[in-house]
Write a protein that binds this ligand. Structure first.
Ligand code: PRT
Ligand code: ZN
Length: 297
């Protein structure tokens, strides 16, 4: 069987290292040198395409790649652009990942009178996300104009090309450096698994499902902890209530002790010191929290 599945990831940018790490945590051994556009999955039938992030949705749309890891901002913009051109979108956004967090927000020059979207009627807005912004304007009955900027959007007002901007914001430092005030957010974005809707062979489907299942497992493991403690038998309900995201605990008798048992649970959410103190309050002792290496649900 020579079939290989292609996964598109960003070649060089904010998502690159996180994407490679995620695939490696899924067990994929990638052989790749810096200049190569394609990495070879040595132990699984996957090839990794290293491309510009903006090209990822298009590669999946054309079924040249079956999976991509890309910002939801980019995937949604492409989806809206296909829909605006009356062509169907051939991919779906799947699992949101735990990196690439940012928001797509308006920003207004401090010197202008624009303070909110209510002041945008008749104004010109510069953005790299014209379809997303136009879509937002039409949903909110705002009669503003959109001009597309492919980079350095924050310069548009001072160049006299726009009255306001709509751009990705993470720390807000770029806006402050250009005397722009943060306005309303129209989208919270995060890197996301994007999957082709095209019909695939049984072999490819099996491996696509497998890698997505492993990605979900990696995401769960990042937060999950295995917790062991001793506790009075009648405190088990309280313990389960205090530990969010747990399944039924494993309860083990202790040799020679009647009233106390050992309780083991997998907790799928962050465990804070306060939670451990609350466990102690309901009678738990010898509480041990250890990281989880792998998880398959
Ligand atoms: O070459 P290629 O096209 O692949 O890279 P790129 O320059 O288009 O992308 P890159 O690496 O900058 O971003 C890739 C993805 O990371 C984006 O599509 C988002 O999903 C996500 N991301 C997260 C961000 C940011 N945070 C971010 N802050 N993308 C861009 N920015 C830019 C923003 O456009 C603005 O210029 O950073 C600036 C603002 O940052 P702060 O921290 O000053 O607010
Ligand atoms: Zn890009």
């Amino acid at each position: 069987m020579n079939e290989r599945i292609k996964i598109a990831i960003q070649k060089s940018g904010r998502l690159t290292d996180h994407s490679i790490t995620l695939l490696q945590k899924c067990g994929l051994v990638i052989s790749h040198t810096k200049d190569q556009l394609i990495g070879y999955g040595e132990n699984m039938p996957f090839d990794i395409m290293f491309v510009r992030d903006d090209d990822i949705p298009g590669l999946i749309q054309e079924n040249l790649c079956e999976i991509g890891l890309v910002g939801a901002n980019v995937a949604i913009e492409k989806k809206l652009s296909y829909e605006a051109n009356q062509s169907s979108c051939e991919f779906a956004l799947q699992t949101p990942l735990d990196f690439g967090h940012c928001k797509l927000s308006f920003a207004y020059p401090e010197s202008s009178s624009i303070r909110s979207i209510k002041d945008l009627d008749g104004k010109m807005i510069a953005t790299s996300y014209p379809f997303t912004v136009r879509n937002y304007f039409s949903e909110n009955n705002i009669n503003a104009n959109v001009t597309e900027f492919s980079g350095a959007v924050e310069l548009a007002p001072s160049l006299g090309k726009a009255d306001a901007i709509c751009d990705l914001v993470s720390t807000g430092n770029t806006l402050r450096a250009h005397n722009l005030e943060l306005g309303e957010t129209i989208m919270e974005s995060v890197a996301t698994v994007v999957k082709s809707n095209a019909k695939q062979s049984q072999f490819k489907n099996k491996w696509i499902d497998k890698i997505i299942e492993r990605i979900n497992g990696v995401l769960q493991v990042n937060e999950s902890k295995y917790i062991m403690m001793h506790a009075p038998k009648d405190a088990i309900n309280d313990i389960t209530r205090l530990l969010p995201g747990t399944e039924s605990p494993t309860v083990i008798p202790l040799d020679g002790i009647q009233e106390t048992v050992a309780v083991h649970v997998v907790c799928k959410e962050t465990v804070f010191w306060e939670t451990l103190e609350d466990l102690k309050e309901v009678g738990a002792s010898s509480i041990l929290v250890v990281p989880v290496e792998k998880m398959l649900m």
